[in-house]
Ligand binder design. Structure first.
Ligand code: NI
Length: 249
C-alpha cells in the first residue's frame, strides 16, 4: 500500500520517527509527502533523505499569493531536480478560499505545470470550487497526474481520465454522507484510482475528527474494497501498481 499524498510537517507532528516505523509495520511501501509552499517543499525533501520509504512532491498552492511567503519559482525549479522528488504538487486553483485573484492563481498554476513538463514529472492537483477551470487548463497540456482528494462528479472524473489523469481517493470517501465520491469509486475502474490520506487533515472513519496519519490509508483501501465488492488485496495491488507507474518508482 502507498499513501500517495500527505503532509508530515514538524509543526503538526513531533513523532515522525515513530510514524514512519508504524507505517513500515503496517506494510506501507512508500509515502509521498507533498509540499505546498517553499518551506514545506524543502521540509519534504529533508524527510526523503532521512527515511527510505519517503518520497516528495514540491509545489506552491495559491495560498502563497496571499501570505507574505517566499514564492520564488526559480527556487522551486531547483527543488524539482532533487533525487527523490517524484512530482510537482500540490498545485492548483482554490476558489473556495480565494475568489478575487483567479487570474493570478492561473498564472502560478500554469508556470508550475510548465516546470512539470520541462522535467517530465507528473502533477498533483489541488482543486477547490475550480474543477472546470482546472480541466480547461490541463486538457491541452499533455501532462500526467492525479486529482488529489477528488470531490467532483463521475462525469468530470471520466474527462480527467481521458486526458491522462488518475483520481486520488482519501478519507472523505469513508464518511457516511459522502454519496458523490462513493459513486465515483463505484463507477471508475480501479486502474485509475490512487490512495491517499492528506494527513494531518481529512481523517477517515473510524477516526474522523482526530489527527490523520499515513498508516490510516488502509481504512481508505478497505472502504474502496467494500464499495467495489472486491478484496482488499486487489485494491492494494492495483492502486500500488498505479502509483508506481504514475510516479515512476
Ligand atoms: Ni494536501
Amino acid at each position: 500500500m502507498i499513501d500517495t499524498h500527505c503532509h508530515l510537517e514538524l509543526a503538526d507532528y513531533d513523532n515522525i520517527d515513530e510514524i514512519i516505523n508504524i507505517c513500515k509495520k503496517e506494510g506501507l511501501k512508500k509515502i509521498i509527502v507533498s509540499g505546498h509552499d517553499l518551506k514545506s517543499s524543502i521540509e519534504a525533501i529533508e524527510l526523503t533523505k532521512k527515511y527510505d520509504i519517503v518520497y516528495a512532491t514540491v509545489g506552491f498552492l495559491p495560498d502563497i499569493l496571499k501570505e507574505n511567503t517566499n514564492n520564488d519559482i526559480k527556487k522551486l525549479e531547483i527543488l524539482i531536480q532533487e533525487k527523490k522528488v517524484v512530482g510537482v504538487g500540490e498545485i492548483g486553483l482554490d476558489y473556495y478560499w480565494y475568489k478575487d485573484n483567479k487570474e493570478e492563481q492561473k498564472k502560478l498554476f500554469i508556470d508550475q505545470l510548465n516546470l512539470a513538463k520541462k522535467y517530465n514529472k507528473p502533477v498533483v492537483i489541488h482543486s477547490r470550487d475550480s474543477i472546470n477551470d482546472c480541466y480547461q487548463i490541463l486538457k491541452d497540456m499533455n501532462l500526467k497526474g492525479t486529482m488529489h482528494c477528488y470531490s467532483g462528479s463521475v462525469e468530470i472524473a471520466k474527462e480527467f481520465i481521458k486526458i491522462g489523469f488518475l483520481i486520488s481517493i482519501g478519507g472523505v470517501s469513508t464518511f457516511k454522507n459522502a454519496k458523490t465520491i462513493k459513486n465515483v469509486i463505484k463507477e471508475i475502474p480501479l486502474e485509475y484510482i490512487l490512495l491517499e490520506t492528506d494527513s494531518p487533515y481529512l481523517t477517515p472513519e473510524p477516526f474522523r475528527g482526530k489527527k490523520n496519519y499515513p498508516y490510516y490509508v488502509k481504512y481508505v483501501a478497505q472502504n474502496i474494497a467494500l464499495i467495489k465488492k472486491i478484496s482488499l488485496e486487489k485494491v492494494t495491488l492495483i492502486t500500488t501498481l498505479n502509483a508506481n507507474t504514475l510516479f515512476d518508482f
